[in-house]
Ligand binder design. Sequence first.
Ligand code: GDP
Length: 347
Amino acid sequence: YVGFANLPNQVHRKSVKKGFEFTLMVVGESGLGKSTLINSLFLTDLYPERVIPGAAEKIERTVQIEASTVEIEERGVKLRLTVVDTPGYGDAINSQDCFSTIIAYIDDQFERYLHDESGLNRRHIVDNRVHCCFYFISPLGHGMKPLDVQFMKAIHNKVNVVPVIAKADTLTLKERERLKRRILDEIDEHGIKIYHLPDAESDEDEDFKEQTRILKASVPFAVVGSNQQIEAKGKKVRGRLYPWGVVEVENPEHNDFLKLRTMLMKGAETEEVDKDMILMEKEAEVSFQNDVPLQNHSLELSTIKLNFEVQFVYRTDVCKLLRRMQQMIAKMQAQMQKQGDGDTDSV
Ligand code: GDP
């Protein structure tokens, strides 16, 4: 049971007809429990036939992109979930290559969507744009590794990054808190933009506000995943068995798994606005590339390069309006450029 059938009514109604499309990317070093967490989140085995490479194979490999799609139906609401895994991330000696592969994938999905959206057959567009990226941080370090920092910085303008502390059961509560604080400090220090849940509106009820507050305070989510059902207090639960007891995946007192899942579902509500904003930037980028000389690029783009927090404030209409304005400006600039070229020719 995933919980997307419980979205607020308005969002729900709109989505029931067409169903949801959601693409989640998972990135992090091998062995951090990415596949286990995804299987625990969506209760589907996305990788039944996966072959885990041996150490020798790993050294040879660069990162790969593996997209797996499942359709989940819950009380008549359909979710087309695509999980994009990046096996081999962090294994290669040259991390820059692996960054480029992942970034190229994210960009490609955007371009494809953009292309399809401007085409004739708009009704049947499959939206494979990456909506969110879970970034797995090792519980063993005292904070983030340089690789973590570099990667997040490389993608934070392209996709919503949600940092996750893997295998939280290997840490005491105190250690978890310390690691969380350290990671947040580093995120701040390096100017990394992570995904922020929008604040609850002032007219929302108190429970909702409190839930939002707790979710926001739990970042980075320290999670535990498991593919096993274990008997705990007479009930079968998903968990990990230790000599001293059971760590339950879906127990909010044991780890942040449920919070992460709630966040994901809340994220799905605002996702439309967010996507449109990024799409707008992307379109502007494309039109600039086609129409205007390079030196104008960064200047014009910076005026619309809004961070994620601002993006959520924007409504879809504003995005569309801005997009149109940007296109008009680009066209005008191209025309001026042409005229300018003409003048120099005649001199
Ligand atoms: P991936 O390479 O990141 O996809 O990692 P896997 O999901 O294949 O998990 C690697 C190993 O870590 C497996 O033996 C899992 O059973 C174990 N594992 C996964 N999640 C957790 C967790 O939350 N806590 C602990 N202690 N081990 C985990």
